[in-house]
Design a protein around this ligand. Structure first.
Ligand SMILES: CC(C)(COP(=O)(O)OP(=O)(O)OC[C@H]1O[C@@H](n2cnc3c(N)ncnc32)[C@H](O)[C@@H]1OP(=O)(O)O)[C@@H](O)C(=O)NCCC(=O)NCCS
Length: 149
């Protein structure tokens, strides 16, 4: 693929009609099983939705799915990144960065002072990406209880 020029990448808020493009992008990432369809069906748009999509010539090449959340006691307002993905053919062209920059800008406008990202400790590329954007390890520890269902 020829070089991607960042100025050709358009980043905008995700709309409900982006669902098919996002599912197709998710397939291209190579994830076999996930609940993304269920998450998406809960709807984009509205004041709690902080998701952004990146397009080149109207083709979706990346998405950051993010929501405003109220968590913990005392209740803290923050923006949680549910997930971020860039089409494998377009990775390392700063498309993920362009989306995160827009998200940061939007949070500032909305007076949201914390953005939280989750990353598996084995996902080296994602951890490098998150640190590149100045995220620091949270003092909140994440605990999971796995249930047999
Ligand atoms: C993580 C991801 C979103 C990054 O998107 P991207 O557009 O390729 O990232 P960028 O080009 O904006 O990278 C910015 C910086 O992050 C770091 N980085 C990004 N990808 C990296 C990689 N594979 N290895 C090491 N560092 C990486 C680098 O510091 C990079 O800056 P540089 O290219 O100038 O060195 C993308 O790799 C991806 O979609 N991965 C698969 C899906 C996934 O694991 N999502 C997370 C689960 S929610």
């Amino acid at each position: 693929m020829s070089e991607v020029k960042t100025e050709t990448v358009k980043v905008r808020h995700v709309m409900h009609y982006d669902i098919d493009s996002i599912l197709s992008l998710h397939k291209r990432i190579g994830v076999k099983q996930s609940n993304i369809a269920y998450m998406i069906s809960s709807g984009f748009g509205g004041p709690m939705d902080f998701s952004f999509i990146a397009e080149i010539d109207r083709k979706a090449v990346g998405v950051v799915i993010a929501h405003l959340m109220y968590l913990y006691i005392p209740i803290t307002e923050l923006c949680l990144i549910n997930g971020i993905m860039v089409d494998p053919a377009y990775q390392r062209y700063h498309i993920g960065s362009k989306m995160v920059d827009e998200l940061i800008k939007f949070c500032r406008i909305q007076n949201i002072s914390v953005i939280r990202a989750l990353a598996e400790d084995t996902n080296k590329e994602l951890n490098e990406f998150i640190q590149f954007h100045g995220f620091k390890k949270s003092h909140i520890v994440n605990w999971d209880k796995n249930l047999e269902v």
